[in-house]
Design a protein around this ligand. Sequence first.
Ligand code: CMX
Length: 426
Amino acid sequence: MANMIDKLAGTIPALRDDIKAFVKQNGDKVISEVTVAQAYGGMRGVKALVCDTSVVPPDKGLIIRSHPIGELKEKLPEAVFYLLVTGEMPDDAAVQALTKDFGSRAIVPDYVWKTLAAMPKDSHPMVMFSLGILAMEKESVFRKKYTEGMKKEDYWQSTLEDCLNLIGKLPNLAAGIYRMRFDKGPRIEPEPKLDWAANYAHMLGISDPSGEFANLMRLYMVLHSDHEGGNVSAHTCHCVGSALSDPYYAVSAGLNGLAGPLHGLANQECLRWVIMVKEKFGGVPTDEQLKQFAWDTLNSGQVIPGYGHAVLRITDPRFDAFREFGARVCADDPYFQIVDKVFRVVPGVLKEHGKAKDPWPNVDAASGCLLYHFGMTEFQYYTVLFGVSRAMGMCAQLIVSRALGEAIERPKSVTTGWVKQAVAKG
Ligand code: CMX
């Protein structure tokens, strides 16, 4: 991927020097403090990580390298990956080159398919996806070069090479898992003429006479690509990568975090909730019925999936983008109509409930009903789609981290006794 490598080779030395000098001069300045509530509360809001690929201001939502996500929804995922890694929007030629490059790396080794075929039939697709990536670790260029004695300044190059290989293969791997796990027939070979996300749509084998499913895949891959550095998947990937574990280890680890119901699995949970609503009321419920259903969920001690966020305090602009897509493509679909009604009813319920700091929908609230509309009804699979996309952000963060020569992560943990003593001393 000559263009991207040249760009990075041109910018990384100056960037590295700049940060080195900045830290040398300001290393003892304080940028964050930690309260007892934060130490026990998932470190929420503690500023102790640096991530330059994207930011998520609570009142604006995702901004990738200064571009609000709403501005990027017409772009191809290839363009967003280039932007995440380099900080610059690529021209058409660079996007086409990246499409071609990913295409040339799409073949998944046969031993991976054999490994997946040996797994129990009821394995979760996320386990198969994570395992498929881990199985490919023997392909790592980073590990090979590291063993040969590569210099620290060169780490980013073989990390990039691993990431391009990995991202090139993910649609093929993920689509193969879909077809294998849900008895959809033989795997479909990649089509070199198609862009990365359209190729994924093609290999999934979903009927798409209008081409809108491929459009949904492009949008889906763009919207889920990155969400700054502190979320579970990105942070896990960064932490594992900081030990110089190669991208196969690190991305697989990040995906295991994405598989949790409070993180990426929420999209599967969300559609399950919407289906329960439709089944209970035989279609789109009235506002009153929906309100009662939401209260019943809360009163039974469960969360309303797809609502709330650790950082955001507005409707997630990624939800807006999916809702806009749904309004254009499937406004008559009852599942979309329920999702739309939930958006109008549930924030009021959550506000009255008074617990969630953010009563608004996150990205997971709308994506499932769109996939369902196109006949992808196996919602256990939805987090894999999220994972294919999020791998771009995790990889971009790893490449930048290796470029800057960041250190192994090792925050200090303390005991409850220590915390109590510290509080007593004032
Ligand atoms: N329904 C019911 N209660 C909710 C809620 C929701 N959607 N969102 C938050 N709450 C509750 C929390 O469970 C917590 O209750 P307790 O004090 O009893 O523990 C309280 O409100 C305060 O939580 P918070 O500070 O607002 O939220 P957190 O930062 O702790 O957690 C999140 C954020 C996303 C895990 C949470 O909002 C949630 O569980 N939402 C539903 C699951 C979901 O949609 N996850 C996907 C997030 C996007 C992603 O990462 O992919």
